[in-house]
Design a protein. Structure first.
Length: 120
C-alpha cells in the first residue's frame, strides 16, 4: 500500500467514474476509503454514508459537482490531505482558493489518467 485515498462521491453504479476509480485504485494497490450517499461495497471498499474522521489521508479525489462540494469544504480541510484532485466536471475555483489558503495542494486532473500514466 502506498497513499491513502478518499473518494468523495462514491457510487455502487458501475457506470460512474467514482466506481471505476475505486476499482482502479485497488488494482494499483492504493489504500482506499470512500464516502457516498448510499451504502455499498466496491472492490472490497465499504462506502461510508457518514463523514468519518479518517486519518492519514494523502489524497481526496472528488466526484461531486461544485455546488454539492460546498457542504464538504470544512470536512475535507479538517482531514488535512496532502492534495485534492478535481476530476473533470468538479473544477471549483472557490474551493481551490480555500485549499490554497490552508496550504493543501490541488490539481485539476483525472484520477484514472494519473493512475494509468503512473503519475498518481
Amino acid at each position: 500500500m502506498q497513499k491513502k485515498t478518499l473518494v468523495i462521491g462514491a457510487s455502487n453504479n458501475t457506470n460512474r467514474y467514482s466506481n471505476i476509480a475505486i476499482n482502479r485504485l485497488k488494482q494499483y494497490d492504493q489504500e482506499t476509503v470512500a464516502f457516498g450517499l448510499r451504502e455499498g461495497t466496491v472492490a472490497g471498499v465499504e462506502i461510508d454514508t457518514n463523514l468519518m474522521p479518517y486519518k492519514d489521508i494523502d489524497t481526496v479525489t472528488l466526484y461531486l459537482n461544485p455546488q454539492r462540494q460546498k457542504s464538504y469544504y470544512d470536512y475535507i480541510i479538517s482531514l488535512h490531505p496532502k492534495r485534492v484532485i478535481f476530476n473533470p466536471g468538479t473544477e471549483n475555483p472557490e474551493f481551490q482558493n480555500m485549499l490554497k489558503t490552508e496550504g493543501i495542494a490541488f490539481e485539476e486532473s483525472c484520477t484514472l489518467v494519473l493512475l494509468s500514466t503512473n503519475q498518481y
